[in-house]
Design a protein around this ligand. Structure first.
Ligand SMILES: [Zn+2]
Length: 384
């Protein structure tokens, strides 16, 4: 069912940890959390069609990163297509990002990108022209993309920054949030007349007082949801867990919580949901699949919560290994994905070795399905 407005509602909380399940309604339909979002960086989730994603259980995707969409195909073309939903044939909920993370990555090379108080100045990779990505331009671009959830433009905090620098980046992110809110308040709809939900991003690096200060500031604004960002989120799970513990007391119960870039493996989803997070995105499942790392394990109950358990503790198999040449079992026993129901490890091993294109779709289908299966198990145990 389609809804005119974006709303989120707490359905149930786990009695012994911070996990929860939310019902989220958007103009492109509803979804239930915890929910993993496959990432369509360049207006496509690599090797997957919209039908493949739906069959794998995707409820919401990250449809096109704003930075990449500005570079190619450009906003004029996306607008002419009627937005990202019709462009990539995805009619369900969608989130897009602000470009903050990509310009942060680019700014490691000051010849390509520089960040100052006004925003980011980067060289267009095709035309060579300098583009000024400001908080206002980012919001306007996201209105053209037309996602149901859009993000305030932020400056990502590098892992190695000292406290003075982290503080400056955080204060700037807060100022940029106010600019983003101002633009969004003038018209909260996409270029196609549908309501969009704006999320703010908590920064503050690995400093407890700064994270708390940022959480207090972001949560005091009129926003539909709260994201937790920074270079260590999703990459260093020890730090991620600690940061979540610091900011959680500030997070309003009825608003959606999003850790950006979490999901290197299925266990990471279980770990952040335990800390009270609802949604997450990561390119790792499709990237791992392309490189031959296929998730393999079983979701088991442990002390009232879940664990992604595997014999060797790695939670994945490397399909190129000779061990699989004559292995006629599915990638992951018990998996209900299209690949596991129809194909064997031996076949995937053969396709991978031969660089057959069909391998990539079958492998991505499996890894994405495992992420969704883990989320479905978490939903079930929370709702129990
Ligand atoms: Zn499978």
């Amino acid at each position: 069912m389609k809804h005119a407005k974006f709303t989120s509602r707490l359905l149930k909380k786990h009695p012994n940890n911070h996990a929860r399940s939310m019902q989220v309604d958007t103009p492109h339909g509803s979804f239930i959390t915890p929910s993993f979002m496959p990432v369509g960086t360049r207006a496509v989730v690599n090797c997957m069609s919209a039908t493949d994603l739906k069959s794998a259980g995707s409820q919401i995707i990250l449809g096109g990163n704003t930075y990449h969409m500005l570079c190619s195909p450009g906003m004029d073309l996306i607008r002419a297509a009627g937005g990202m939903h019709p462009f990539m044939a995805w009619d369900q909920p969608m989130l897009t990002d602000s470009g903050g993370f990509q310009v942060y990555s680019l700014s490691k090379n000051s010849k390509i990108c520089r960040i100052d108080e006004k925003g980011a100045h980067f060289k267009h990779p095709i035309s060579g022209q300098v583009v000024h990505l400001t908080p206002a331009l980012s919001i306007e671009a996201q209105k053209v993309i037309g996602a149901d959830i859009i993000m305030a433009f932020d400056q990502c905090t590098p892992d190695i920054a000292d406290k003075v620098m982290v503080d400056q980046i955080m204060q700037r992110t807060h100022r940029w949030l106010l600019e983003s809110i101002e633009v969004h308040r003038r018209d909260s709809c996409s270029s196609y007349g549908l309501e969009q939900a704006l999320f703010g991003i908590i920064q503050g690096g690995f400093y407890q007082d700064l994270r708390e200060q940022s959480a207090a500031f972001i949560c005091a604004q009129d926003l539909a949801g709260i994201a937790i960002g920074g270079a260590s989120i999703g990459f260093d799970m020890e730090k991620t867990r600690e940061i979540l513990q610091w900011v959680r007391p500030f997070l309003p119960e009825n608003k959606l919580r999003y850790t950006m870039g979490v999901g290197l493996n299925p266990q990471n989803l279980i770990d952040v949901v335990e800390q009270g997070v609802d949604i997450f995105d990561c390119v790792a499942p499709t990237r791992n699949a392309r490189h031959g790392a296929l998730y393999c394990g079983s979701v088991v109950e442990a002390d009232g919560w879940l664990k992604f358990s595997s014999e060797d503790g790695l939670g994945r198999i490397l399909i190129k290994k000779q061990d699989y040449k004559h292995d006629f079992s599915p990638i992951m026993p018990g998996c209900d994905c299209y690949t596991c129901l129809n194909y064997t490890r031996a076949y995937l091993h053969y396709l991978f070795k031969e660089h057959q294109l069909a391998y990539y779709n079958l492998a991505c289908t499996h890894n994405i399905r495992v992420m969704h299966k883990v989320c479905e198990r978490m939903q079930a145990i929370i709702m129990q």
